[in-house]
Design a protein around this ligand. Structure first.
Ligand code: GAP
Length: 448
């Protein structure tokens, strides 16, 4: 874990938040490569689960919603964790996460009796800090979907089953955040509320639940996670599920600090729509072919963006002893003499923040730099590319390996004569010559 945190800082993936002021505990900022990685995850999720499906639409609701939402959803009454305080050192912990009940993990002191602590962040709307102006930062994106159910029914007229997807920030005043970006107070969710007809028998909701279970496993495989070995499906027992859920599967991932929840899949029944209909007075129902009204039930796949980033970073991280350099291409010998342990992020290509790095062999040869810039300009509209002329080729390869760039392309003296370049593969480190005019087609096959 330390190695990942250090690589993220050193190579511009993730920085401690507001670091020049000493940081803010458990808050993180995404640097140039981190934001590309995060965007690749969100864009792919959106394409796969919203755009490529006929039974899905998307939306983007506000973070601060009418506070009635949280009365109706049950979050004001139920969205809390048991908080205990050490009588000696005054540190606070979640009672259900203590290794030894009643004993402070910090100083061994005696703990107070637990009290329920609501996790929602409170704020005030407008200049007066009065109770009538209290509002909350949403603790889940889901409620933004439920409150728009009628708008979407009226405007899109979808047929059941159908789903609404949304990506956005959520906020929880966690008692014990930590483990880098695993548990933070501000994070992003990618959520789907998938509406189905009220089930006549269990099998009716179980079919939709099973379809989403498989979709989530496919998604995790696409991320490059070893689903067979590192993902565990926990059927959350009665009494431990959220107040709205009749069945929940937690997809746990084998993180460096243990097996922990990566994603959740829940059957929320008709709880939320019924609650919102009751509190708002709005008609939140569908009509069947006979003209009868009914409130749909909901299956909810819920995915955290940051936990995805962390799982992906961990799965991709590799340290390799490099084999003896291949003597054939002229400049491969530049890799000689470098450390023979290379750190390489083996992201699936679609996830890599930079897809192609373009190098002129030598920085002080204007004809090479000019040609390399021309190749860079040719490729950059299609792929996220990086131009690098700093240091020897071996060092440039190492830098790109550390950020997981699948291909490095070098313009050398032969390029000027023959019009071809060396392309080096991140995983095999094999090099091949490709004609400049064929690069579009060549990368198209490898990267699309
Ligand atoms: N709408 C359902 C819901 O919010 P949840 O299990 O509380 O369910 C869903 O959260 C997902 O959001 C989790 O599986 C996780 O990926 C992510 N998540 C939850 N709390 C988080 C936190 N404090 N920091 C980072 N990610 C979090």
């Amino acid at each position: 874990m330390e190695k990942i945190v250090s690589l993220c800082k050193r190579r511009g993936f993730i920085f401690p938040d507001s670091e020049i002021y000493g940081g803010l505990a458990n808050a993180w900022d995404y640097g140039p490569y981190g934001v590309e990685l995060k965007n690749n995850i969100k864009q792919r999720w959106w394409k796969k689960f919203v755009q490529e499906r006929e039974d899905m639409v998307g939306q983007d609701a506000a973070i601060i919603m009418n506070p009635e939402t949280w009365k109706a959803s049950g979050h004001l009454d139920n969205f809390s964790d048991p908080l205990v305080e050490c009588k000696k050192c005054k540190n606070r912990f979640r009672a259900d996460q203590l290794e030894e009940a009643g004993k402070c993990p910090n100083c061994g002191g005696q703990m107070s009796a637990p009290r329920q602590f609501n996790l929602m962040f409170k704020t005030f709307i407008g200049p007066a800090e009065e109770s009538v102006n209290i509002a909350y930062l949403r603790p889940e994106t889901a409620q933004g979907i439920f409150v728009n159910f009628k708008n979407i029914m009226d405007t899109m007229r979808p047929r059941l089953p159908f789903g609404i997807g949304q990506i956005g920030k959520a906020f929880r005043n966690e008692i014990t955040p930590g483990n880098f970006i695993f548990r933070t107070r501000e994070f992003e969710q990618m959520e789907i509320e998938y509406f189905i007809a009220p089930p006549k028998k269990d099998k009716d909701w179980q079919t939709a639940f099973e379809m989403w279970r498989k979709e989530m496993l496919n998604w995790m495989a696409e991320l490059g996670l070893n689903v067979k070995h590192d993902v565990y499906e926990l059927n959350v027992p009665d009494g431990e599920r959220a107040h709205y859920s009749k069945k929940t599967i937690d997809f746990e991932y084998q993180f460096p600090f243990g097996r922990k929840e990566l994603y959740g899949l829940a059957y929320r029944t008709d709880y939320d729509l019924k609650q919102h209909a009751k509190f708002s007075g709005a008609d939140l129902f569908c009509t069947d072919e006979q003209g009868d009204k009914f409130v749909p039930h909901v299956i909810e796949p819920s995915l955290g963006v940051e936990r995805t980033v962390l799982a992906v970073l961990y799965a991709a991280y590799c340290e390799e002893t490099t084999p003896a350099p291949n003597p054939s291409p002229a400049h491969s010998s530049r890799e000689k003499g470098e450390e023979n342990i290379r750190t390489v992020m083996k992201f699936p290509y679609w996830l890599a923040p930079v897809k192609i790095a373009v190098f002129p062999l030598l920085k002080n040869k204007p004809e090479l730099v000019k040609k390399a810039k021309a190749v860079f300009n040719q490729l950059k509209s299609e792929y996220n590319c990086e131009f690098d002329d700093n240091g020897n080729i071996g060092k440039r390869y190492r830098r790109q390996d550390e950020i997981g760039t699948p291909f490095c392309l070098t313009v050398d003296f032969d390029t000027l004569e023959k019009g071809d370049v060396t392309v080096r593969n991140r995983d095999t480190m094999k090099q091949e010559r490709v004609k400049i005019e064929k690069l579009g087609e060549w990368f198209g096959k490898k990267l699309k």
